[in-house]
Design a protein around this ligand. Structure first.
Ligand code: 13P
Length: 284
């Protein structure tokens, strides 16, 4: 396991993006790690609170430990959007080396106060912290809202970054979780303004559905961690559906063949994002 800070700081300095991919079970965790090894790319494996609850924290971590033991590319285990301090503490204690404390529903002053606490707590485990002051639009794994949050001013964002000492900052720039109904209009300038004033690696949420040009532009401005979740869910479900339709047609029912087929689709989806974000060959 490599420190999240090491992974994103290097990507930020060299202006490539590290895919931070939400996995949902053992098959997808293994497939995303296999893509990283195949592409010689660093990768951040993300788990939502929903996934932690559905699989169980200890089992999920045991899977991670087993699958990454001896792995030859830099990998980090990140807890995505967590508003629940108890779950966050338990994940840090279990071994997650990175967390996103989602205090975006709190008033900024209270979010700041709690994020300072979380950074202090994470440091005692040698772990790192992503912070946010505005909710990212869209509901993902039961967290969030479809209403677009009001964006805070640049001084408020900079004050939050400086006072909390977070390692990665996730601003709202018109991005959203889930499927975009039309091409998103992204406030790329906001990323540049933040980075110019405070050189902190930026997390780009809502990656599914962005164009290559948008990724290239935003990564060039400092988005070093690029979150992908919906694309994996769609790949997983649609490749399962295609395989099951074929199984029905042939009246042939072999679960391991289903797993192999879905795994291949997920490996290819993750590898394609590594190519798009410029992280191929960046393992050390
Ligand atoms: P998508 O679901 O749009 O890919 O967003 C992922 C994300 O930002 C996870 O936090």
């Amino acid at each position: 396991m490599t420190s999240l800070k090491q992974i994103v700081d290097r990507a930020f300095a060299e202006r490539y993006g590290v895919p931070a991919i939400n996995v949902v079970n053992d098959l997808t965790m293994e497939a995303v790690l296999a893509a990283a090894v195949q592409q010689r790319s660093p990768v951040i494996i993300q788990t939502s609170v929903k996934t932690v609850r559905s699989i169980g924290m200890n089992l999920l971590y045991a899977m991670w430990r087993e699958m990454t033991s001896g792995i030859e590319v830099p990998v980090a285990l990140h807890l995505d959007h967590c508003p629940d301090r108890e779950v966050l503490t338990a994940c840090l204690r279990t071994g997650w080396n990175s967390v996103l404390f989602d205090g975006s529903r709190l008033p900024v002053a209270e979010n700041l106060r709690q994020t300072v606490d979380v950074v202090f707590e994470a440091r005692s485990y040698g772990a790192h912290v992503e912070g946010e002051i505005e909710a990212i639009t869209g509901v993902e794994d039961d967290i969030g809202s479809d209403e677009e949050a009001r964006r805070q001013s640049l001084p408020v964002a900079l004050d939050f970054i400086r006072k909390t000492g977070i390692d990665v900052f996730a601003p709202a720039i018109g991005n959203a979780h889930g499927v975009y109904r039309s091409e998103p209009h992204l406030d790329a300038r906001r990323v540049s303004d933040i980075v110019a004033a405070e050189p902190v690696p930026i997390a780009l949420h809502g990656g599914t559905g962005m164009t290559d040009a948008q990724f290239t532009d935003l990564i060039g401005r400092g988005c070093a961690k690029v979150n992908i979740s919906t694309a994996l869910k769609i790949t997983y479900m649609k490749s399962s559906l295609a395989f099951l339709r074929m199984a029905e047609e042939r009246d042939s029912w072999d679960p391991p063949s289903l797993f192999t087929s879905v795994r291949l689709a997920v490996v290819e989806m993750a590898a394609a994002h590594m190519r798009r974000f410029g992280s191929v060959g960046k393992a050390w």
